[in-house]
Design a protein around this ligand. Structure first.
Ligand SMILES: *Cc1c(COP(=O)(O)O)cnc(C)c1O
Length: 398
């Protein structure tokens, strides 16, 4: 089919969707008494905690700050060894390095590109208990990790879990009891993190969130987000009067302004609609590519598929695998379609190579990288634009 659609404006792989409600909410907050540390922060946190089904949420300046606060409150230090996936944004690994810890990668499951639990199990079983301190699985592309399985393994070997759920707000997997477990709900992971970068589901420009069900971790996160300072008289060692506050630990300024929280609140109100649209887009791609042998679609984890045909996949990305990935990437660009590659394996980055990793260390991740391409996937992608993308992909693979 030859679409009559003439593509004038560039089609990116992901983009934000800003409405008049969003703009009004930001303007209103700009004219309010608080630009930061005001009421919109707690309001956004409460709304987000409800959305993912967690007890607590802590809003921060970005997803990377969220990861850093997580490794801080879990006590990562020079002796800590933490396992994560090479197919992720580098921040998932870097947060361990910020605290001086040792990053160890484990290879991916080629079907889903998620951290392969069998590889992780082989690693932890090969060492005495306590050798590894934590695991950071990533709900890559929006495909939820089976955290119930990871929790069992982590408990057996005394590890904590940080779920990097940046790709998966609204995503879920079905656990062994048949129950729906939302990404970031805090049931199996100690902490989960999200990002509100414009390509993610909920956009605030910069922004991030940590969710947890632990009272203790929650209190620590609040303190470290603001310089390690507490103003709660019940937690202070001394009290000199109304002005008194105590800096008890070395914390940071990882706060998010109220304007951005106001934006987050209105964005969150449309999250379900955005997610439904993402699933709809995925379905159209699935159907278009189903019969084309030269296009492989990245698999959905079995636990994400429910009986009624719904999926717990949150579709941050729609990834296909093709032999001539560079050719396809360049061809699409010529047609103003800006597909993207997620991700260059973290262990092949010069920084990690300098720490001793080398190409060849994680063959599944490297094989995946050689073929993967993320096609446009965002709620405001029009049916015409998607049709144009499909047409161009098909034209290239022949
Ligand atoms: C976006 C992202 C981050 C980092 O979030 P920022 O808000 O950009 O700091 C971390 N991990 C993953 C998997 C991401 O996609």
């Amino acid at each position: 089919m030859n679409s009559e659609f003439i593509n004038m404006k560039p089609i990116p792989y992901g983009r934000q969707h800003i409405t008049q409600d969003d703009i009004d909410a930001v303007m209103e907050t700009l004219q309010s008494d608080f630009l930061t540390q005001g009421p919109k922060v707690a309001e956004f946190e409460q709304a987000f905690a409800n959305y993912v089904g967690a007890k607590y949420a802590v809003a921060v300046s970005n997803g990377t700050a969220a990861l850093h606060l997580c490794t801080l409150v879990l006590g990562v230090n020079e002796e800590s060894r933490v396992i994560t996936t090479p197919i992720t944004f580098v921040a998932s690994a870097n947060c361990v390095r910020y605290c001086g810890g040792i990053v160890e990668f484990a290879d991916i499951d080629p079907e889903t590109a998620l951290l392969d639990i069998n590889k992780v199990r082989a690693m932890v079983e090969s060492k005495p208990k306590g050798y590894y301190t934590g695991i950071i699985p990533v709900d890559f592309a929006g495909n939820p990790v089976n955290l119930e399985e990871f929790r069992k393994l982590a408990d057996e070997f005394g590890c904590w879990i940080i779920e990097d759920a940046c790709h998966a707000p609204g995503g879920y997997f079905i656990d062994s009891k048949g129950e729906k477990q939302l990404c970031g709900n805090g049931k199996y992971a100690d902490l989960a993190i999200f990002s509100f970068h414009p390509v993610k589901h909920i956009a605030t420009g910069e922004g991030g969130m940590i969710t947890t069900n632990s009272d203790e971790l929650y209190q620590e996160l609040l303190k470290l987000r603001t310089h390690g300072i507490t103003r709660d008289p019940n937690l202070m060692e001394e009290n000199h009067g109304g002005w008194y506050m105590e800096m008890q630990e070395l914390g940071y300024n990882y706060r998010i302004p109220d304007m951005l929280c106001a934006l987050g609140i209105t964005q969150l109100q449309r999250a379900d609609a955005g997610l439904a649209r993402r699933k709809g887009i995925a379905k159209v791609y699935d159907e278009a590519f189903a019969t084309i042998a030269r296009i492989k679609v990245l698999g959905t984890s079995a636990e994400a598929l429910t009986e009624n045909g719904d999926t717990g996949h949150a579709y941050h990305l729609y990834v296909i695998k093709v032999a001539d990935r560079k050719g396809l990437y360049d061809f699409l660009r010529q047609h103003n379609i800006f597909a993207q590659v997620h991700y260059i394996p973290a262990h092949t980055m010069p920084y990690y190579r300098n720490l001793g990793y080398k190409k060849g260390d994680y063959p599944e991740a490297e094989a995946y990288y050689s073929e993967c391409l993320s096609l446009p996937m965002y709620p405001s992608l029009t049916a015409e634009e998607q049709e144009f993308v499909i047409e161009k992909v098909k034209e290239f693979v022949g």
